[in-house]
Design a protein around this ligand. Structure first.
Ligand SMILES: Nc1ncnc2c1ncn2[C@@H]1O[C@H](COP(=O)(O)OP(=O)(O)OP(=O)(O)O)[C@@H](O)[C@H]1O
Length: 618
């Protein structure tokens, strides 16, 4: 009898990583999980759109389960009705049935795989989209407080793991249960006494497999810990900064000892794990002979006493393997179910996050906006819950009016709340109290799209997508022609630079593309806002010192950008401050003074100090 150990996860190739690693991760996930019906209900709902396919899969699994035990039954018939009775036509006919059953079961298996894969891929695509949609609705602060790698992993890895849920957990459960049921039914139909013996023999396969499985999982957990310790050490020691640190503090010998210990521990664990697998193989190999031997012995006795036909023994030895595989897999179904629940819980924990900023119902026609801004008693906190009974305010009772076309400069020491204030205007965040108004309309009641369409933003360190200059500019205005772009870039003093790039406007910039200097990025960001042509400009001026030629270019570009628009500028340069209609001095989240440069130098010591120490010329 040929034994297939692969279903048990102990295939010859199952090493210490690969399937072993995955199983370990599943077990880790399942550790603190419980059968949460609210999650199960939501998961079932996700599958509802694909119910016709799911029903078809179940029917096919049922047929293939029957098809799986058919060879044993046909073998018995060939022996007892054909060979024993000397009926060649019966032998030929049954042999053909045997072949047909194998072919049909094989084909159905492929179809079932294809269908369940389709369901899995569709459900996965739905979850990925839902996650991405919900993340798109979150505020900028949401991303500031999370590791982007973790969010990416939720969308890519956790969702991909759903496939395993469908193939191993759902399909595996139905298929194993049906195979066991059909096998037992056939066994008891053939001979109940042999069936009782077979059922007694099966634990001989299942129990050691489960036991060894658990020991291997434990070792696997230890292996993973040592592997990750080694990975961390390697990535630190082999990186430039780590290597520098190790050398300057003469840490090489200690690093080597640390590495050697982890390396040896890993070696010993892997040898142990390999050995346990071999013992199990030996036991299963032995038992794969002992089990059928017992059936042959007892069956032989029954045949000699003419209480059973010879073919039944052969059928039973085949059917035995149909019991132990599925039973072993069912025995660990709880791990699969619980780890699947844990996976879905992680996915739902992101899906259920309500965005802090909610969309408003009103829209304003784009060309009717005058650009009057007003902040009334606005306070803001980054804390969602008070700490030690106190909510630390990043902004406190801000009152500010900006007339259409006016430029307001925000100045203040680092951490005063300038960026926080700027971010409230396009509603990247909402205040905890107070209101913002655009042309007298409460911003809260406006749709985010309508509000943000009026606002252009030039951040301190502008970001560009890994795409061409052309496409990065198109982001601001989808209808912009090449001519519009060139006009905007000329006004932003960046056209010549772009024209000199290897592929001009079609050069890839951004993340890993052609690198633009800080000054060039600022001017390209200004061109981008010019193309958008908003009524309101929000500008976070760069602090870095630039040479006078570049500085001049930026000042010219800014002058063009701010002309005729309402602007709020976090100002770091004297020229910008001097050009502003109003200067607001922020300190510790409060407006402590406002006025013109001259007034403030005379009456506000903090402003005077900032002017003397921080505002770079010109
Ligand atoms: N995402 C955040 N979560 C929690 N606290 C924050 C966050 N961003 C800023 N803060 C805090 O809010 C306060 C105001 O920060 P903000 O960035 O507005 O200051 P700023 O005046 O723009 O400073 P700088 O000139 O250094 O950029 C600071 O105490 C800062 O630590």
């Amino acid at each position: 009898m040929s034994m297939d150990f692969r279903g048990l996860g102990f295939g010859a190739g199952s090493g210490n990583t690969g399937s072993g690693g995955k199983r370990w991760q599943l077990r880790e996930l399942a550790k603190n999980e419980h059968l949460d019906w609210s999650i199960i209900k939501r998961v079932v709902k996700a599958f509802i759109p694909y119910w016709p396919k799911a029903i078809l899969v179940t029917i096919i699994i049922f047929i293939t389960a029957i098809g799986g035990v058919l060879p044993a039954w046909l073998t018995q018939k060939i022996i007892d009705d054909g060979i024993q009775k000397g009926q060649l036509p019966t032998v030929i006919y049954l042999t053909m049935e045997l072949i047909a059953a194998a072919v049909i079961t094989g084909l159905l298996g492929v179809w079932q795989n294809w269908l369940s894969n389709q369901i899995a891929q569709n459900v996965m695509a739905d979850y990925r989209l839902a996650l991405f949609r919900n993340l798109q609705r979150q505020t900028v602060n949401f991303f500031a407080s999370r590791q982007s790698g973790d969010l990416v992993s939720r969308i890519i890895n956790d969702v991909t793991a759903i496939q395993n849920v469908i193939t191993s957990t759902l399909v595996g459960f139905i298929s194993n249960l049906l195979t066991i049921t059909v096998t037992l039914l056939l066994m008891f139909k053939m001979n109940w006494r042999m069936s009782v013996l077979a059922v007694i023999v099966v634990p001989g396969f299942v129990i050691p497999t489960q036991k060894v499985g658990r020991i291997r999982q434990k070792i696997q957990a230890e292996i993973q810990q040592w592997l990750s310790a080694l990975t961390v050490q390697l990535s630190e020691a082999l990186g430039v900064s780590g290597a520098l640190l190790i050398r300057i503090f003469n840490r090489e010998p200690r690093e080597e000892t640390k590495f050697r210990l982890a390396n040896e521990k890993l070696r010993d664990l892997q040898i142990r794990q390999g050995l346990i697998g071999r013992w199990l193989f030996m036991w299963l190999g032995m038992f794969s002979s002992i089990g059928p031997a017992l059936l042959w012995g007892y069956g032989g006795w029954l045949v000699i006493h003419q209480e059973m036909n010879l073919g039944v023994i052969v059928a039973f030895t085949t059917l035995l393997s149909k019991l132990y595989g599925p039973l072993s897999q069912l025995a660990q179904i709880h791990v699969n179910v619980l780890s699947s629940i844990a996976l879905f819980r992680r996915i739902y924990s992101i899906l259920d996050i309500e965005p802090e900023v909610q969309d408003g119902p009103r829209t304003i026609p784009p060309n009717s906006v005058k650009g009057h801004l007003e902040l009334k008693d606005v306070s803001f906190s980054y804390q969602h819950e008070p700490k030690d009974g106190e909510t630390r305010l990043a902004l406190c009772n801000i009152n500010l009016t900006v007339e259409p076309g006016q430029t307001v400069a925000l100045v203040g020491p680092s951490g005063a709340g300038k960026t926080t204030l700027l971010n409230l205007i396009p509603r990247f965040s909402d205040p905890v109290s107070g209101c913002l108004f655009l042309d007298g309309i409460e911003c809260h009641s406006l749709s985010l799209e309508s509000l943000r369409a009026q606002m252009g933003l030039v951040p301190q360190d502008p970001f560009f997508f890994h795409d061409t200059v052309y496409h990065n500019l198109l982001l601001a205005n989808e209808n912009a022609s090449q001519e519009d772009m060139e006009t905007a870039c000329q006004a932003a003093q960046i056209h010549d630079t772009i024209a000199n790039l290897p592929q001009g406007y079609h050069t890839v910039v951004g993340e890993r593309g052609y690198r633009l200097s800080g000054g060039e990025r600022q001017r390209l960001a200004i061109a981008r806002v010019l193309l958008q042509s908003p009524r309101i400009v929000l500008l976070d001026e760069a602090t870095s010192a630039l040479d006078t030629v570049v500085e001049r270019k930026i000042q010219d570009a800014l002058a063009f950008l701010l002309k005729g628009r309402t602007a709020i500028v976090i100002a770091h340069r004297l020229s910008t401050i001097l050009a502003a209609d109003k200067i607001i001095v922020l300190d510790k989240g409060e407006i402590i003074a406002s006025g013109t440069h001259q007034e403030l130098v005379e009456k506000n010591p903090l402003y005077k100090r900032l002017y003397e120490t921080q505002f770079s010329l010109p």
